[in-house]
Design a protein around this ligand. Sequence first.
Ligand SMILES: [Zn+2]
Length: 305
Amino acid sequence: MSTSSSNQRASRLHQGQGFYSFALGNLTVTSVSDGFLVFDDPQAALAPKANSQEFAAILSKKFVSSDVAYTHINTLLIEGNGKKILIDNGCGDSFGPGTGALVKHLANAGVKASEIDVVLVSHAHPDHIFGTITRTGEHVFPNARYMISKKEWDFWTDPNVKISSPFGEEMARAAILGAQRHLKAIEDRVSFIDSEQEITPEIRAIRAFGHTPGMMAFIITSNRKSLIYTADALHHFAVTLARPDWELGVDNNPVEAVVTRMRLLEKITADGAPLVHVPHFPFPGVGHIRREHTGYAWEPVVWEW
Ligand SMILES: [Zn+2]
């Protein structure tokens, strides 16, 4: 048995509370948890128009309750070429207990918030951008520049923006005001990205509109190894893979979101089975997706210490 290759790994490649690191080509990639959210009435959020029996059957097949939805919040840290790039920054200190653990979990992984060079924002929902500033307005990642799609920026910063939420009017309003507050805070440190734009030689943006108007997914490639950060084009590890055609209550434009989801799943399963990182799949949210029956199935990576 050879132990040399594992022993030659950098000392940072290990696991601990709230983070999961692995090598992707010449990069070190870490799934870092911001925590979790639990919400009632999963069907309203995940598949409001679906047959309830079929919905419950998909969850029970995975031994998961259909009474509450337990949602993980995983961000992704990419390190290489002397840069630390974080994709999404979680809920911060304003979204209730269970969330806001990102900075603590980064510290567990040996990374200080002040070391983050760039935060790539997939979209401006609370669980992806509320980690930008604290309640008192201080930057959580003081040295980071931000990147987000112009379409996403324009949508949320429009003073007349309207959204509906399966969680009610109050939540919709909090999401809008929060997005505007956090986006305002990065006005002087943001640059805009476009579909298919190369962000670094290893990271490229993929258009993933629908969940929000300007959402981006990302593909990270190094030394012939690839990983796709799906953003919220995928949502629940069982439901949105078994029935990717179901419209989600949490999607801004559910019809466009289905088209995006189908296209992304097609790409993932056609392109030599890249690794996938999904913000809301069970931590660390890293695995592969394969076709199953008329839909798809999730195969999480086997945990490596
Ligand atoms: Zn989300």
